[in-house]
Write a protein that binds this ligand. Structure first.
Ligand SMILES: Cc1ncc(C[n+]2csc(CCOP(=O)(O)OP(=O)(O)O)c2C)c(N)n1
Ligand SMILES: [Mg+2]
Length: 1005
């Protein structure tokens, strides 16, 4: 049956141009194959075929204007398109519902019955204790007879009933200040505790010794002992029992180590034989080969560290998006689901950072049960208590529970178990709840007698409870985070939890084991020197088998290879698949697409006007037709797809949604409808630049973390890029990210109406500070195409560890054809766009970048025609790249004073050309000024220094003095200064163009 295929609903657009016809008569096409590409003044979008079949008639051609309902072609097909569309939508919804039901039913927690009956202490709030008792007994009876699930169900019904009756109920965000997992339900560690204890002692010792040694070399070097001392058990249990390494059979768990606990990881790697004593002695001495980084830096130790975490807050949010990206790869069918986990370690102080907790609701919403946070609550940060007057553990529990996480508190160690068991009235728990963190910290600094008096002494019953214990026994009452049994049980539960992420909140002591030199004291964070007495104490505390002399020499301790400790440690890692951390990549490069995919962009667009953003989106659309590249593209957008004309991607490749689409979108009949799907490719992040950047980093490092090369393209308002998330961009450089950052609506004057906080005049300066970031400010679509293609080749085919920052604009204009031979210059940063020769005697070198190049071109015409000033017009695609080349060559020349001087690329371009340089851009002058030292000619910059403001482009360019009139007048003035022209001519030009000389410099306005 022949069916007519027409333009579907294209929203508000009418009469849009066909820019590509992607089929011809006789073609056999599949459903959803693109038929034509339509382009409005803002975006381009492919029209997919609603059915499969053979094209029998083509009713349009390139250049035609069409509207919704216009006939495109006829297809001979056996399908009826409408029915099928409805059916498939229904199917998607049904399948998703089925999946959700399945997940929900799988996740009903199976909890064994735990019964702990407390005789409530009499309280003045309880007017009828007998009745209260009856209620509690009824509850216990249900637990006993029908199980905890039934009891939970009844309670939830009672609670809803109470809410309906308008009762105000107690705050349930937090649970009592005790461990979440009752002792009876703790899964026991299969490990040999004796050996593990010894290993942990050696790791502790070596970590401290390494820091102390470095500070003997120079106290400049710094380092931390107290943090790892508090976290040693938390890491050790993971290393011995849970964290599976990457190997040929398994993708590996990913561990984000708390940055300044790095000494502990080196100390363990030393026992594992992965680091030598010589390397340990070079802790924080990295200049020259063989040193160890202060913190986890993949750039500096590319075979060891995977995640740069020391800038606090970045690790947690990057970890969340890493877990999300892992699910994305699985749901898109690019990775198999091996049950890999992402573990993220953070400090309790670190949770002050907005980034740390900023994305926890996303983690729950996305059901990231592959994610485990471990928060080391040693109650201290750098200066003092994290929450002296409060309780950080309770605060965090409330936040995470409220966000929908599985929360496992590990507060008390096993020595507390008998006391808690003996606490028949609940008074101990009450006391635990009422003591604030500042007091808890002081107790660990001051010893057992102090704890007896201050903690137990408050109530006679509690004093009695510990009456048979010595002060030393009381001192030994350990915190959960230092008890391998409790930690094991929590990690085990976290590993097996389904349906939501887990946070293990562990209570520890900062500087654990350091005694007077650092245990639980406010200054412990910066403690990096231990004197002899401190070291001897530390050795004794953990029974490290070193003689006094060895301690005084600060020797490391490593038992023999055939000792039970080393054999055990190695065997554990062998069982878990290898060593951690370790960084490697088995990813295969992606073959860059054939040139012709970009060929269209090399031609002139004639009268047709478009923005470089549109050109880029068209390039991406073309790339989606390349079978190698298409599946690897990860478009990332923080709620701006429509701003950038990318809404066509929604329908074409789908928006990633782990639950699929459970609703029929409002615009379902439209061509660019909001299509969410489980295998969707677009990461529509919502309004979170930090989240989008974290996704980008996850995708940009997938080559090492998942052994698959991906091509992330994160498009954002350029002003909300580096400026907002500069620290992430820096971390991306450290992590050796590969991918594209696109600063759209770039430049101070292209985004006319939006004003001060939107108009970007400096993102390129920020980008230029990151050593492995390659940045460009192209003007024309062919420049964009050449740059983008080279980026694909360098990063994803050649696997260079660089990333690209490219600015794109939303100003529409026509684009010329690529000048012959311009490719090399485009990539190096400048090429001769045009020579204006009009027999003028005076010559200038006119440089322009981005949108302002067009003003320069217009100014050159005026200068040539009206003032007989000839110009060479240079398109500067990257002042940043030119500067890098200039710096390097200058350095080489200075290093080799006797050699023939090498020329920088700029010098080579300009050596046979006369006249002063006028450099203009839509950025602050320091952007173009960067190349000033590498040119031997007079140099004048025009730029957009100052705060932006809302107005038309024309007025903005006038205000910032970068429009063609200002360029002409300032050029004439510069020529007068160089004594190449009479100053009268320049003065006349200022008058002619009504340039107000009294106007203040724009930075002051
Ligand atoms: C963004 C950022 N700000 C400041 C620091 C400096 N700094 C390093 S550790 C630290 C205190 C950390 O306290 P916490 O998170 O509780 O970790 P702990 O050492 O107690 O485990 C600070 C402020 C940093 N590394 N990153
Ligand atoms: Mg802390």
């Amino acid at each position: 049956m022949t069916q007519n295929i027409s333009v579907p609903d294209i929203g508000d657009f009418d009469s849009v141009e066909i820019i590509e016809v992607l089929i011809k008569v006789g073609d056999q096409i599949n459903k959803d194959d693109p038929i034509v590409t339509l382009e409005s003044d803002k975006s381009s979008v492919e029209v997919p075929s609603p059915i499969a079949g053979i094209i029998t008639e083509l009713n349009i051609k390139v250049g035609d204007k069409v509207s919704s309902g216009s006939l495109l072609c006829k297809i001979e097909s056996h399908e009826s398109n409408l029915d099928q569309k409805k059916e498939s939508k229904k199917n998607v919804i049904l399948t998703e519902e089925k999946n959700i039901k399945k997940i929900n039913s799988e996740n009903i927690p199976i909890v064994k019955s735990v019964k702990k009956s407390l005789d409530q202490p009499s309280s003045k709030d309880d007017v009828d204790p007998l009745e209260t008792k009856e209620w509690i007994e009824s509850l216990n009876a249900v637990i006993e007879n029908d199980g905890p699930s039934r009891a939970s169900f009844i309670l939830s019904k009672v609670v809803s009933e109470a809410y309906t009756a308008g009762l105000s109920l107690p705050d349930t965000r937090t649970t009592p200040y005790i461990n979440t997992i009752p002792t009876e339900l703790e899964v026991k560690s299969p490990g040999n505790q004796n050996i593990e204890k010894k290993i942990r002692a050696y790791v502790r010792w070596n970590a401290a010794a390494m820091v102390v040694r470095a500070n003997k070399v120079s106290s400049e070097l710094g380092g931390h002992i107290g943090t790892f001392a508090s976290a040693a058990t938390l890491y050790d249990v993971g290393m011995n029992h849970f964290w599976r390494a990457k190997n040929k059979d398994f993708g590996g768990d990913l561990i984000y180590f708390q940055g300044h606990s790095a000494p502990g990881m080196y100390a363990r790697a030393f026992l594992e034989g992965r680091l030598s004593e010589k390397q340990l002695n070079r802790f924080r001495q990295e200049v020259g080969a063989g040193g160890l980084s202060s913190y986890p830096h993949p750039w500096l130790m590319p075979k060891f560290w995977q995640f740069p975490t020391v800038s606090m807050g970045l690790g947690p949010i990057m970890g969340i998006y890493q877990a999300r990206f892992l699910k994305y790869l699985i749901n898109r069918g690019l990775l198999k689901d091996e049950g890999r986990k992402i573990w993220v370690f953070l400090g309790d102080g670190e949770t002050d950072e907005p980034e740390s907790l900023g994305a926890i609701s996303l983690a729950a919403r996305e059901k990231l049960d592959n994610l485990i946070f471990v928060i080391n609550c040693n109650l201290q940060r750098l200066d003092g208590p994290v929450r002296g007057n409060g309780k950080i553990i309770q605060e965090l529990e409330g936040n995470f529970r409220g966000a929908g996480w599985n929360v496992l508190k590990v507060i008390w160690g096993s020595y507390w178990d008998p006391l808690l068991k003996a606490d028949k009235t609940g008074l101990l728990m009450k006391r635990m709840n009422e003591v604030v963190d500042g007091e808890y910290q002081a107790m660990k600094a001051k010893g057992g007698a102090y704890v007896r008096e201050k903690f137990f002494g408050k109530y006679p019953e509690l004093t009695e409870l510990v009456s048979s214990m010595t002060d030393n026994d009381i001192w030994k009452l350990n915190r959960g985070g230092h008890d391998p049994h409790k930690v094991y049980a929590a990690y085990h539960a976290a590993m097996h939890h389904q349906g939501s992420p887990t946070v293990v909140i562990a209570k520890t002591v900062k500087g654990y084991g350091m005694g007077k030199s650092g245990e639980s004291i406010n200054t412990t964070h910066q403690q990096k020197k231990l004197d002899e007495q401190d070291l001897l104490y530390y050795r004794d505390r953990f029974n490290v088998p070193l003689t006094d002399k060895q301690v005084k020499n600060i020797e490391y301790y490593k038992p023999a290879e055939n000792s039970e400790e080393i054999k055990y440690l190695k065997e554990r890692r062998k069982q878990l698949g290898g060593f951690i951390p370790e960084r490697s990549s088995l990813a295969k490069p992606i073959k860059a697409p054939p040139k012709d995919i970009f060929e269209n962009f090399m031609k002139s667009t004639g009268d047709k006007e478009m923005s470089t953003t549109m050109a880029l989106v068209r390039m991406l659309t073309n790339l989606l037709r390349d079978k190698n590249v298409a599946p690897r593209l990860v478009p990332i957008i923080p709620d701006e797809a429509r701003t950038f004309g990318m809404e066509g991607f929604f329908r074409k490749i789908g928006i990633y949604a782990h639950e699929g689409q459970k609703y029929e979108p409002e615009d379902s009949e439209q061509l660019s409808s909001y299509k969410e799907t489980k295998s969707g490719q677009v990461l529509e992040e919502g309004i979170t630049e930090a989240g989008a950047m974290s996704s980008w980093i996850a995708a940009a490092t997938a080559y090492t973390n998942h052994d698959i090369e991906m091509i992330p393209i994160y498009i954002f308002y350029s002003m909300f890029g580096f400026q907002r998330v500069g620290d992430f961009a820096w971390a991306a450089g450290d992590a050796q990210a590969r991918g594209f950052l696109i600063g759209a609506t770039a430049g101070r004057t292209t985004l006319a109406g939006e004003g001060l906080q939107h108009q970007d005049g400096h993102s390129h300066i920020l980008a230029s500070m990151i050593p492995n970031c390659v940045s460009y400010d192209p003007t024309f679509s062919y420049e964009m195409a050449v740059i983008f293609r080279e980026g694909l080749r360098r990063m994803h085919e050649e696997n260079e560890n660089i990333f690209y920052y490219i600015t794109a604009m939303n100003e529409n204009y026509s684009h010329p054809a690529k000048p012959k031979g311009a490719d090399e210059g485009i990539l190096k940063g400048m090429y001769l766009f045009k020579e204006n020769i009009n027999k003028g005697k005076i010559k200038i070198q006119l440089m322009g970048s981005g949108t302002i190049l067009r003003e320069a071109i217009a100014a050159a015409k005026i200068l040539s025609e009206e003032y007989r000033v000839d110009s060479d017009i240079w398109s500067i695609t990257s002042f940043n790249e030119l500067r890098k080349d200039g710096m390097e060559i200058e350095r080489r020349n200075l290093l080799n004073p006797g050699n023939k001087k090498e020329k920088s690329y700029i010098e080579k371009c300009l050596e046979k050309r006369d006249g002063p340089i006028i450099a203009v851009s839509d950025y602050v002058r320091s952007f173009s000024d960067q190349i000033r030292p590498y040119t031997s000619k007079p140099f004048y910059s025009l730029g957009t220094d100052g705060f932006g403001r809302s107005d038309t482009r024309k007025n903005l360019r006038k205000f910032f003095e970068v429009d063609k009139e200002h360029i002409v007048a300032y050029t004439l003035s510069a020529l007068a200064k160089e004594q190449l022209l009479s100053s009268d001519i320049a003065e006349k030009a200022f008058k002619k163009y009504n340039i107000d000389k009294k106007k203040a410099f724009p930075t002051k306005l």
